[in-house]
Design a protein around this ligand. Structure first.
Ligand code: G3H
Ligand code: 13P
Ligand code: ZN
Length: 382
């Protein structure tokens, strides 16, 4: 304002010298400058207008819910979604169990469903939850496995309340530099950031790692303090997909059922000692329920040696500083089992609602069980 006043004082003084050619030119420049400044201001306003803040959509970041989850010894579920039925199942399960929940979008989901549509679906999820009777839903819209600053920025700019920057495949120093850059941008908008240290075995964002590189407890203080992340994904033996362990890595019980090796709780404990009370995240935490695998195979599927993380181990993790547990594959199995069943039992059926509907119901039932019996987040809305 002071700046504008001074400019106008000069303007009036210059008017007194209008007869002078030089001042005439200066005046012309002055007017040009004012026009440019006005246009620049409206351009800035437009850029800001195109940015959507998640708070305006009714979404929340992870800060408060993680704090409560650690204190209350439970974990928040992060379920991936790619379409309307998955989103409906997640919201219905969260509302019916009174759980905070994280709606998770991978780069693959963005490619499959269109990022704009997914964002509007998440905005719709908040309204849908209210319509289902939850007055104050706690829903996070989170980018899963963001692999670049540009991708994280684009999500933040379009209304995500949380992002993961997964620099775990880079060198330690590169991981720190990239994660710090994302944190600096995200925190301007109160968006929370998850980083990752250590590499999960299996396929992670098209990158295949044959063996786990467990998180080194000696690195976590340095990583967390230098990056400023809000939560840390660690590697203690979980992995993505429905075949988390090879039969050679497992033992068999009396009935020949594969028993996976236990997670490395010793590493988790060491990490907790290094960064007490800091939010820890577990990826690759599907349990691969054997009844779903059997159902898929009964109806023509061919899943071989599928095995996941036993639920008791996830319960134990949820009671520690692990406050976010990622589950995607179990949802895929549940939907596939339901769809296959309809196709086999009603081969004449061709209305998508007749197979996607049962798939959605099966998914919701699975999610409710997870929230109530495994993660312990039921009834934990603020
Ligand atoms: O971590 C990976 C999630 O399961 C997402 O998988 O990239 O196939 O969507 P996606
Ligand atoms: P699952 O493949 O075990 O479901 O893990 C999902 C995940 O970690 C998403 O980031
Ligand atoms: Zn993951």
């Amino acid at each position: 304002m002071i700046f504008i006043c001074i400019r106008w004082v000069f303007f009036v003084i210059k008017c007194g010298f209008l007869y002078d050619k030089i001042f005439c030119r200066v005046l012309l420049f002055e007017l040009l400058f004012l026009i440019l400044q006005k246009n620049f201001n409206s351009l800035t306003i437009n850029i800001k207008k195109n940015m959507v803040n998640y708070k305006d959509l009714g979404l929340v970041n992870t800060k408060e819910m993680f704090k409560r989850a650690i204190a209350g010894k439970y974990a928040i579920a992060a379920f991936n979604f790619n379409n309307m039925e998955q989103m409906q199942a997640i919201v219905q399960a969260a509302v019916e169990t009174k759980s905070p929940v994280i709606l998770q979008v991978s780069s693959g989901a963005r490619k499959y469903a269109n990022q704009t549509l997914l964002r509007y679906m998440a905005q719709g999820a908040v309204e849908y939850a209210k319509e289902l009777g939850c007055a104050n839903p706690e829903i996070v819209l989170h980018l899963d496995h963001g692999d670049s600053f540009e991708l994280c920025k684009s999500c933040i700019d379009m209304g995500f309340s949380s992002v993961m920057i997964d620099g775990s495949h880079f060198s330690y120093e590169e991981n720190i530099a990239l994660t710090k850059k994302v944190v600096e941008y995200a925190h301007q908008f109160d968006v929370t950031v998850e980083g990752e240290l250590g590499v999960l075995a299996g396929v992670e964002d098209d990158v295949v790692a044959e063996h786990h590189t467990y998180t080194q407890p000696s690195e976590v203080v340095d990583f967390v303090s230098r990056t400023g992340v809000d939560s840390l994904a660690i590697s203690i033996g979980t992995s993505h997909g429905a075949n988390k362990f090879t039969p050679a890595q497992c033992t068999r019980d009396a009935n020949g059922i594969l028993i996976p090796p236990p997670l490395r709780f010793d590493i988790l404990e060491e990490i907790e000692k290094e960064i007490p009370g800091f939010p820890i995240v577990l990826h690759g935490s599907s349990s691969v329920p054997q009844e779903l695998v059997a159902e898929i195979n009964q109806y023509g599927g061919k899943l071989v040696d599928s095995i996941g993380i036993p639920e008791e181990q996830l319960r134990k993790a949820a009671a520690s500083a692990v406050c976010k547990i990622n589950i995607d594959s179990d949802g895929r199995l549940a939907m596939t089992a339901a769809v296959r069943k309809v196709f086999v039992e009603s081969p004449g059926e061709f209305d998508p609602r007749k197979y996607l509907g049962p798939a959605r119901d099966t998914l919701k039932a699975l999610y409710k069980k997870k929230l109530e019996n495994v993660l312990g987040s039921a009834g934990k809305l603020a």
